[in-house]
Design a protein around this ligand. Sequence first.
Ligand SMILES: [Zn+2]
Length: 87
Amino acid sequence: MAVLTVVALAVLALVLRLIYTKFFPYRPCRWCRWRAARQARHGRGRRRLGRACWRCHGTKLTRRWGAWHAAKLVDSIGRAIAERGAD
Ligand SMILES: [Zn+2]
């Protein structure tokens, strides 16, 4: 019984995570922050500040891990429920 509870909680957490990732797929770019912190520690730094970050290309926003798959999965589940409700 305890195992079932753990599995149920895990599935629930996963579903909540998927829904959260679908509706909030973007987050501030972590790489830009690390870069800024490193440059602050090193003083002037040897790297050029004007270069765009390889991760977000200067937008300061990156997609969360699995955002694309979460969107696809939630969409397909939603469509399946909608189709089932139709008949
Ligand atoms: Zn960045």
